[in-house]
Write a protein that binds this ligand. Structure first.
Ligand code: UT7
Length: 310
C-alpha cells in the first residue's frame, strides 16, 4: 500500500503587515528584510482568531479537495508549536468541528519540521493498512510568541495554516522515500521561553547544510536523480537558505516554491501552504516528482520525495 496526498488546502489571515509597516514599529528597513530574508510581507491573525480557527479553515478546504467527509477521517495529526492551549489539543478541537467522530486526534511538536514529521507518521498508518484517511495540518499563530520589540526575530514570522488529506494511492504515486532527524544538542539555538529566542547565524548554518543533505538523501533513497525532480518545496524560512537547497539540486528558480515573500516564516504551516498554493496555480501536476524539506527548532529536520497524484 502506498500513501499519498488526496487533497490540499490552506488559509492565511486577512491582515497584511508589510516590511514598511514594521519600519514604523522598530529599527529595521524594507531593504534589510528583503535582502537578508526575501520576505516582503506576512499575515497576522486578529486577537479573536486562534490557531484552531485557522487550522479548521485549511482542513475544511483539504477535505473538500480530497472529496473525503469528516466522518471518514481515521486520524488527525496537527503539527504546531502554538496550540490554542496545552490541552485539549488543536487536533481534538478540529475533530469536533469537522464532525470527525471516528478519528483519533493528537498534536505533534517538531517546530518548523512538524509537518514533515506529521506526513511521515500519517504514511506509516496508511501503508500498514491500519488507517485509510489521515488529516495532517500544519498551523501556527506565531504572532503570539514573537517579541515585537526584538527586530532579530519579529521581522521573520507570520501566521497561517495548511492541510493535506492523506490516503492510499496507486503503486507509482505517493511517498517514495523520507528522512527524519533530530539533534537535541542544538536546542539552545532556537527555543521559546516566553518569546521565540534564536541564534540566527547558527540556525542559518545548520539549515543550509541539513536542507541540502536531506534533499540529496531522499532523492537517492527513492532511486532517482537530481534531474528527475520537478518541484522543490523547502520550509519557507529565508530565501537565502532555500536558494542553497535549490542550487544543490541544480533546479531553476521557477521550480521552487517561494511563498516566503508573501507569508514570511509560518513554521509548520509553511510547507503545506506552499503545497496547496503550488497545486492551486498549476506549479505541480499529476505525476510530478516533488521534494519537500524542512528544518527547525529541536533541532529537527525532515524530507520527503513524493510523486504527485492519486
Ligand atoms: O524556521 C527556522 C527559523 N529560523 C531561521 O530560519 C533563521 C535562520 N537565520 C537567518 O535567516 C538569518 O541569520 C537572519 C535573517 C536571522 C539574519 O541574517 P544574517 O545575515 O545572519 O544577519 P546577522 O544576524 O549577522 O545580522 C547582521 C546585522 C546585525 O548588525 P551588526 O551586529 O552587524 O551591526 C544585526 O543587528 O543586521 C542587524 N539586524 C537587523 N538590521 C535591521 C538584525 N535584524 C535586523 C533587522 N533590521 N530586522
Amino acid at each position: 500500500m502506498k500513501a499519498g496526498v488526496l487533497g490540499v488546502g490552506h488559509f492565511v489571515p486577512e491582515k497584511v503587515v508589510t516590511n514598511f509597516d514594521l519600519e514604523k514599529r522598530m529599527d529595521t528597513s524594507d531593504e534589510w528584510i528583503r535582502t537578508r530574508t526575501g520576505i516582503e510581507e506576512r499575515r497576522i491573525a486578529s486577537d479573536d482568531m486562534d490557531t484552531s480557527d485557522m487550522g479548521f479553515e485549511a482542513a475544511k478546504k483539504a477535505l473538500e479537495h480530497a472529496e473525503v467527509a469528516g466522518e471518514d477521517i481515521d486520524l488527525i495529526l496537527v503539527a504546531t508549536v502554538t496550540p490554542d492551549m496545552p490541552f485539549p489539543s488543536v487536533a481534538c478541537i478540529l475533530q469536533e468541528k469537522l464532525g470527525a467522530k471516528k478519528a483519533a486526534a493528537m498534536d505533534l511538536s517538531a517546530a518548523c519540521s512538524g509537518f514533515m514529521y506529521g506526513m511521515v507518521t500519517a504514511a506509516q498508518f496508511i501503508e500498514s493498512g491500519a488507517y485509510k484517511h489521515v488529516l495532517v495540518v500544519g498551523v501556527e499563530k506565531l504572532s503570539k510568541i514573537v517579541d515585537w520589540e526584538d527586530r532579530n526575530t519579529a521581522v521573520l514570522f507570520g501566521d497561517g495554516a495548511g492541510a493535506v488529506v492523506m490516503g492510499p494511492v496507486s503503486e507509482e504515486k505517493g511517498i517514495l522515500s523520507f528522512e527524519l532527524g533530530a539533534d537535541g544538542s542544538g536546542g539552545k539555538y532556537l527555543y521559546q521561553d516566553q518569546y521565540i529566542q534564536m541564534s540566527g547565524r547558527e540556525v542559518f548554518k545548520f539549515a543550509v547544510r541539513q536542507m541540502g543533505e536531506s534533499c540529496v538523501n531522499v532523492i537517492e533513497k527513492a532511486g532517482l536523480k537530481r534531474e528527475d525532480v520537478d518541484f522543490l518545496i523547502p520550509h519557507q524560512a529565508n530565501m537565502r537558505i532555500m536558494e542553497s537547497a535549490r542550487e544543490r539540486l541544480g533546479l531553476p528558480l521557477e521550480k521552487m516554491s517561494t511563498t516566503v515573500r508573501s507569508y514570511g516564516n509560518t513554521s509548520s504551516a509553511s510547507i503545506p501552504i506552499s503545497i496547496s498554493e503550488a497545486a492551486e496555480n498549476g506549479q505541480i501536476k499529476d505525476g510530478d516528482v516533488i521534494v519537500l524539506v524542512g528544518f527547525g527548532g529541536g533541532l529537527t529536520w525532515g524530507a520527503i520525495a513524493l510523486r504527485w497524484g492519486r
